[in-house]
Write a protein that binds this ligand. Structure first.
Ligand code: ZN
Length: 310
């Protein structure tokens, strides 16, 4: 047993193919993206953010979203997520016939919402509701992520009341899950514990997902705080790839390898295979041409395996 108030298992969403690659300078061809997705599947990932359907001029890394979807393996046990910021993107994602779940994004501040998606904050909540409705009409599900839940790169502190109110609106619009995203990597564990507990109480029984960037080194601490406060779904990216569009040179999402190590050691099951993650990390490091931010693969598992000790 993992301990009081801790769950026996957590669901991970692999976001390297979308949030990871979207914030990398390297443009991977479709075949390499599909290979990355194959590695995630091989390691046990069963919910995968495959692509975002956004303006290719704004996000050239995602210009081949349709081609990636066409190459996704046909499997009944995987939920493929496509991100959309507006109805047009949602329609594109649904037209592929391969996206099981639409991910909408609502933003806490007007300044960030305008910069990220050309909408006011209220407008982004409206649009997220429309995206969720489109998903349901098509027989799919829709979830929503609240971007900049813990701080805004333009207007600074974000009121917790604002985030809770947005979560309630999005839940009422039919979202099957609400994500709280620390888009710019400024959250601390106490803030995370407070906000996750409030949002979880507000939207129960819907699950809370959390999305952390390790921009300032608080990523894993925030994951742990979120789980203790009731979050049951964690976004993570293989290798910890990605970055922060507002902090050039910053590290990316929390690394799947590091999150899995921490949780499995704490006896919280993730369903992922650590050895397969290490192999995926080595492959991805070669593809990206650099040392990846994930820390555990550099040191290896613990306790050491017989092969490693020999
Ligand atoms: Zn992100």
């Amino acid at each position: 047993m993992p301990g009081a108030n801790l769950p026996e298992q957590i669901e991970l969403v692999e976001v390297a193919p979308r949030d990871g690659l979207q914030n990398e300078a390297v443009l991977l061809p479709v075949a390499a993206k599909l290979e990355l997705i194959g590695h995630a599947l091989g390691a046990g990932a069963r919910r995968i953010e495959a692509a975002s359907f956004v303006n290719p001029r704004a996000v050239p890394q995602m210009a081949d979203a349709e081609a990636v979807c066409a190459g996704l393996p046909q499997r009944g046990d995987v939920t493929w997520i496509g991100l959309a910021l507006n109805r047009r993107g949602a329609e594109r994602a649904l037209a592929t016939g391969r996206i099981d779940q639409l991910g909408a994004v609502a933003v806490t501040s007007d300044a960030f919402a305008m910069a990220n998606q050309g909408q006011t904050s209220a407008g982004s909540v409206e649009e997220a509701g429309a995206i969720i409705a489109l998903a349901k009409t098509a027989g799919r599900s829709g979830q929503a992520t609240i971007a900049a839940s813990f701080g805004c790169p333009f207007s600074g502190e974000v009121a917790e009341d604002r985030v809770v109110a947005m979560a309630a609106r999005l839940a009422a619009a039919g979202a099957v899950e609400i994500g709280l995203a620390d888009t710019i990597g400024v959250a601390d564990p106490a803030h995370v514990a407070r906000l996750v507990a409030r949002v979880a109480a507000e939207i129960a029984p819907l699950p809370v997902r959390v999305h952390f960037h390790n921009t300032r080194g608080t990523g894993l601490a925030n994951v742990w705080a979120a789980i203790g406060a009731g979050a049951r779904v964690i976004d993570a990216a293989l290798g910890g790839i990605g970055g922060c569009p507002f902090a050039p040179g910053a590290t990316g999402n929390v690394a799947t390898e590091d999150v899995v190590y921490m949780l499995e050691r704490a006896r919280i099951a993730t369903g992922l295979d650590f050895a397969a993650l290490i192999a995926a990390n080595i492959w991805l490091g070669e593809i990206m041409g650099r040392q990846l931010p994930a820390m555990v693969p550099r040191a290896g598992p613990f306790p050491p395996t017989r092969a490693a000790a020999a």
